[in-house]
Design a protein around this ligand. Structure first.
Ligand SMILES: [Zn+2]
Length: 260
């Protein structure tokens, strides 16, 4: 009898309850606050007993609100970037061998994919890649010869612009190689620093090779020497300005820790 009544008037009853809840909002909130612990405990208990239901409803919620969730995640990550970085660093330090093994496994399993990706990157960023490979090749040389290394993309761009992508010596042929104005074999060389690097064509660079025992100031034509010296002075101005602005780290364009 009761059951029948319940089913029959379910909708009506629901509406009545809803209205009552809306009317007694404050009273309910107060009651909830008073019984917070026991309510939470009951909720936890229910969740423990109905794991499947909980998982299903979580999945449903995730599917329905995927955009909202990913946005929230993104915001949280942005807000906690430093914390995440620190935790990540700590984890990597504590699990060095595990991480290394994981990395190795990944490389082995995805060999083809990585090779393809590298190839694609090189093709799409040809100029950048050529610069990078030139920089790393020279860094290796600097480490090998135990000389200072201060060199990077920005420095290279400035050099190219100043010499208009042409050889600094003949001012005719396009730039082909990087030349040390005072050769590395010369005892007065400042090494791998922007104020010792100029653009060069192969012909001039190879020709210079034979004269490397002499200081270039002794054989480079005067008008060319003036242009090159002006370029080097430009570098001292740039570095001086950076130092005055307190931007010391920018001066270490690509710092070689081994030699400093
Ligand atoms: Zn030349």
């Amino acid at each position: 009898m009761i059951k029948k009544y319940k089913t029959k008037d379910r909708e009506k009853r629901r509406e009545y309850e809803k209205a009552w809840r809306a009317k007694n909002k404050e009273k309910l909130a107060k009651r909830r606050e008073e019984n917070r612990d026991s309510i939470n405990e009951k909720m936890r208990e229910w969740k423990r007993e109905n794991k499947d239901k909980v998982a299903a409803s979580a999945k449903k919620y995730q599917e329905k609100n995927s955009e909202k969730i990913s946005l929230r995640k993104k915001k949280w990550k942005e807000k906690n970037a430093e914390r995440i970085w620190l935790l990540d660093k700590q984890y990597r330090e504590e699990n060095k061998e595990k991480e290394l093994a994981r990395h190795k496994k990944y490389l082995e399993e995805n060999r083809e994919l990585i090779l393809q990706r590298t190839k694609d990157y090189r093709e799409n960023n040809r100029e950048k890649y050529l610069k990078s490979s030139l920089i790393s090749a020279h860094r290796r040389l600097a480490v090998k010869k135990n000389k200072p290394f201060l060199w990077g993309h920005d420095a290279m761009d400035l050099m190219f612009e100043y010499f208009e992508y042409k050889c600094a010596y003949c001012n005719l042929s396009p730039h082909e190689e990087l030349d040390h104005y005072v050769p590395i074999s010369n005892k007065h060389t400042p090494g791998w620093v922007p104020w010792n690097h100029v653009t060069s064509c192969i012909k001039c660079n190879r020709g210079i090779g034979g004269k490397c025992a002499k200081h270039p100031d002794d054989w480079v034509a005067p008008e060319i020497r003036v242009k090159i010296k002006k370029y080097f002075q430009l570098w001292f101005l740039v570095m001086g300005q950076l130092l005055r602005n307190g931007e010391r780290e920018k001066c270490n364009i690509h710092h070689n820790r081994k030699t400093h």
